[in-house]
Each structure stands twice: as C-alpha cells, then as structure tokens.
Design a protein around this ligand. Structure first.
Ligand code: CA
Length: 444
C-alpha cells in the first residue's frame, strides 16, 4: 500500500503544505465537500496546505483525465457517496493524480492554481450523505474506567473481549465541525429523587472518538468476511459523540442509548483516506499473546497490521477564557492504536449477520481513552461522573459542560520515516437550552 505518494521527501507548491506541524501536507490529501456561498451546491475538494482544491472544477477542466468516466462523474456530485461506492481503485488513482498535480515542479501548476481556495474562505459541509450511523464501544480503558463508576467489582462485561459492542445511532443529527450544540431537554432523575423531571440536561458531555466511512457496501444478506473488511472502508474523521449523561442514565435500561445521544453528533469535515493512513498501521494491542477472537473477526495480517496509530486530543475553551484571550487547554490525549477492536473488526462484525452497510455509512469507534490520568476521552470518566471537577486557568471548575464552552478535538499520525499528517479539527460550542413549550404543558 506504500507508494510514491507517501514519500516523506515530497513537497508541494501550495502555500502552507510544507509547514512543519501542518495537518495537510501532500502525503495526506483528505477529501471533503465545501461551499463558498451557502445558496450553491457543494463541491467536492481535497485539502492541501492552507487551501482546498475544487475537485469538481478539476474534473471539468480535464486535470483529472485518466480517471474512469464513472469516477470523473462522481467527483462532480455534491457528496462523496458515489465516489465512495467505486471502491479502492478509483480512490488510489485519484490520490496518485492529485499527488502529481500538487507536488513541487508539477507541469500543470498554473491551471491547478486557479482552482484553489484559501481554506479560510470556504465553508466545509458534511462530506457524505450519511444513511446510517453506528457507534461502537471498543476502548478497553474507557470501558473499564466508565464501568468502574457504576460497577466497581465488575467493570467490564464479559462480552467486551469477545465482540465490538455497538448501538445504532442517529444519522439525521450528524453535523460538520463548527455547528453549535444546543443544550438538550430530556427526562432525567436527579440524584436522591424518586421521580424524574423534564429539564435541560445538567450533565452535558463530549466523547472523543474517530469515525470511519464505508466505501463500498455489501448486499443485504451477504456478510463481509474479516479478510475483506479493508476493501469496504473509505477513510476516517474525528467524531464527537455529544452525550447528556443524566438523560442517558435514566433512559438506557434495557435497550441502550437514545435521546441522551441523538440530539447531536459532530464530525471533522475531512476524510483521511485508508491510503493516507497506510504508513501508520500497527499490530493490535496485546498481540502476540492476546487470546484470539472468534474466526469471523480474524483475517490474514489483521493481528499484525489491523490497528492504526492515530493520536487524538480534546481541548476546552470557556466563554470566560475567550473573553480573557486564554487559548484552549488540553483535557486529554489518547491513542487509537490501543483500541481493543480494530475498525476492520467493527466492519466485519457489523455485517456478520447479513446487515447491509452502504456507501457513506458512518461507524463511530467509541470513546478513545488511555490507561493513565490525562487520557480520559470524556468528562464522565475524567471527573468521575462529576465527583472530581477539573480546574481551569480562569479559576472556573467543570464537572460537565457549561453554556459557552467550546470543545475542540484534533487527531494526528506520526511515524519515523514518514510525513506526519493531521485530521483538522472537530469543534462545537455549547449554546443555552431554548424555551421548551412542552415543559410547561400540564403545569399549574
Ligand atoms: Ca460514544
């Protein structure tokens, strides 16, 4: 999977692409969709340095000639779904073509240059029409820490090490980075009370996750073997699974999360492709030596290279911090490479009953946490369900999120011998709850 596009010595003529520490060097080339004017249809694009290249215009102007007619057609659509459905071959051809157009000394620099926009001048929108969204629960550290809060003697359910646990999420409320988070109302039972109330959540939380987009789907009734799971994965983004812990705690038994999660999910707008992630593949944690998974979750080479080293980070900036010009402070850093289950096992498990995955479907990895302090991927875990509030530089404390708080997530991959790449940002600010007409109905 490693080829000339991964060469760490490659540089680009695009401003900002060669800046040390930048997210979008020429070895990355993540795909997305943007609008310059919200009244117009979105165009697909690729991030490079400080710019985005308009892929629709590039296809129309003949800069991508050599791709199949289907691929050229798909790149002129407002979402990536059709291009995703074409599979890995088209994605790899596009990557190679873009790498050759954008590298230093490219013959068609002048023509390409006119199709660039400064990233600050465009608005990124959702990269795909997401038909279905499933959220997993695959960090053993998160599962252990969160489980300990509620079941100190038995934090990990016995199924955790046998299958990647998941629930079906809500696709309609997935938004791109920058969209605010309105504090949701819900039914919740406050500590010590017998009866629930209907009120704005008092325990608004984030969950630091990654998302994986499905490329080609599978037919209904035809499972995806673990060995083929990679062929169905398109690429990854950052995902914030906003959670209302008090609503969740009251509603989840016995069927799992519902309104405590479905009010909003934010993703970073760039999809880092499977090819861009290739240099950062690694062995699954605990291998060799870890008890093997059931055969349907195993494939050739998956133990050795199924995991992906992606470092994720979450930071907070409160309203008061913004007013005082204090930059966001980091709350946690963790490594997706330590996740107990790989994204490929999640895909194989999801389709193992014949459930059909479709191009543009989104899988959340579940909260990514590490074993140590400073590696907790949500406030529930970090503040021990509010018992141990965190102190901020303004003197403010947080057990859970307050109105005006902004959560900023980022992710990066680095390995000796390769150019480091980043995912951009997943950002969202908490807005106060709105008046809820239903809250007063029936009240005296
Ligand atoms: Ca989650």
């Amino acid at each position: 999977m490693i080829n000339e596009t991964h060469d760490a010595a490659l540089t680009s003529w695009v401003p900002g692409a060669d800046r040390a520490g930048g997210d979008f060097p020429i070895q990355n080339l993540p795909l997305g969709a943007f609008v310059v004017d919200a009244r117009n249809e979105a165009h697909l694009c690729v991030a490079i340095g400080d710019c985005t290249l308009d892929l629709r215009r590039a296809a129309e102007r003949g800069l991508l000639d050599g791709l199949t007619p289907n691929a050229l057609d798909a790149l002129c659509k407002p979402t990536l779904n059709e291009f995703m459905a074409l599979g890995a071959a088209s994605r790899k051809e596009l990557r190679l073509m873009l790498s050759r157009l954008l590298r230093t000394g490219a013959a068609r620099q002048h023509e390409t240059q006119s199709l660039l926009h400064a990233r600050t001048e465009v608005q990124m929108v959702l990269p795909a029409s997401i038909g279905d969204y499933t959220d997993f629960y695959t960090s053993i550290h998160h599962a252990s820490n969160a489980g300990k809060l509620f079941r100190p003697d038995n934090p990990l359910y016995p199924n955790f090490t046998q299958l990647p646990v998941a629930y079906h999420g809500r696709a309609s409320s997935i938004v791109a980075s920058g969209h605010p988070t309105r504090r949701p109302w819900g039914q919740l039972r406050r500590s010590g009370d017998t009866n629930p109330v209907f009120a704005p959540t008092g325990k608004l939380d984030f969950e630091l996750e990654l998302g994986a987009f499905i490329g080609t789907g599978n037919a209904l009734g035809e499972p995806i073997p673990a060995t083929a799971a990679e062929e169905h994965m398109f690429g990854m983004c950052i995902l914030n699974d906003w959670s209302a812990r008090d609503i969740q705690a009251w509603e989840y038994q016995p069927l799992g999360p519902f309104l405590g999660k479905s009010f909003l999910t934010s993703i970073s707008p760039w999809i880092v492709t499977l090819e861009a992630l290739a240099p950062f593949r690694t062995s699954i944690p605990g291998w060799p030596g870890r008890a093997p998974a059931l055969p349907y979750l195993r494939g050739d080479g998956m133990d050795e290279s199924g995991a992906i080293m992606i470092e994720v980070e979450v930071a907070i900036q409160t309203e008061l911090m913004r007013q005082r010009g204090i930059t966001p402070v980091s709350l946690a850093r963790a490594s997706f490479g330590e996740q107990y289950w790989t994204i490929f096992q999640m895909i194989a498990h999801h389709a193992s009953n014949g459930c059909n995955l479709r191009s543009g479907d989104l899988l959340g990895t579940g909260t990514i946490s590490g074993q140590d302090a400073g590696q907790e991927g949500c406030l529930l875990e970090k503040t021990m369900n509010g018992a141990r509030p965190i102190a901020l530089p303004t003197g403010e404390n947080r057990s859970f999120l307050a109105d005006g708080d902004e959560i900023i997530m980022s992710a990066r991959c680095a390995r000796d011998g390769y150019a480091p790449i980043g995912f951009g940002e997943c950002r969202g600010r908490v807005l106060p709850s709105i008046h809820h007409a239903g809250a007063a109905a029936g009240a005296d």
